[in-house]
Write a protein that binds this ligand. Sequence first.
Ligand SMILES: CC(C)(COP(=O)(O)OP(=O)(O)OC[C@H]1O[C@@H](n2cnc3c(N)ncnc32)[C@H](O)[C@@H]1OP(=O)(O)O)[C@@H](O)C(=O)NCCC(=O)NCCS
Length: 181
Amino acid sequence: MIDLTNERPADAAAIEALLDQAFGTTRLAKSSYSYRKRVARIWPLCLVARDAGEIVGTIRYWPIAVGPAAAPALLLGPVAVRADYRSAGVGGMLMRTSLARAAAAGHHLVVLVGDRPYYGRFGFKPAADWGIAMERENPARVLALPLGVASLEGAAASAIPAGTVQRWRSPRRASARILAA
Ligand SMILES: CC(C)(COP(=O)(O)OP(=O)(O)OC[C@H]1O[C@@H](n2cnc3c(N)ncnc32)[C@H](O)[C@@H]1OP(=O)(O)O)[C@@H](O)C(=O)NCCC(=O)NCCS
């Protein structure tokens, strides 16, 4: 039986090995990884799928900022399932459970870089539809999903921030930069 639990710091090595198998070790050079460097992941949304205690799936989320007002949003990824467990619904469980948690926690927008044929089944559409862009990424692979009130028909345009995706900078770092200037 597959159990979904929160990722713990001690899971890191097993998850990195799973990600290396799924994407290869060159994955760290992808530009989407630049948004994850020196940024703490959003732990309550990072889940692992286990079978008999062994990690067979992972999903992670990171904070990003969108547009000139640096509106907070989520960067989803990577998501991966061990090759011998694929096409059994594990990826779908990781996606749906974490997205429901994100909506319940009040997040308004999820962005990812990936294949629309897969992520479309969870409601993701091209981020360009909302005027959201990510530098150095193929716009057809930059997808977005509004959550909560932002997902409602006729939601205020301001509920979904438009603009370029930027690295998240914590208020502490930002104020440190101001003090140092
Ligand atoms: C993508 C992935 C996480 C899906 O996990 P999973 O447990 O197999 O997912 P599910 O069982 O919920 O769904 C499987 C379905 O997704 C389809 N699918 C998988 N990857 C797909 C893709 N890139 N594009 C379109 N469909 C895809 C499968 O063909 C299968 O289709 P079916 O339901 O018609 O049989 C897994 O295939 C994986 O780890 N792939 C390698 C890493 C990767 O590409 N991650 C996503 C990019 S960030």
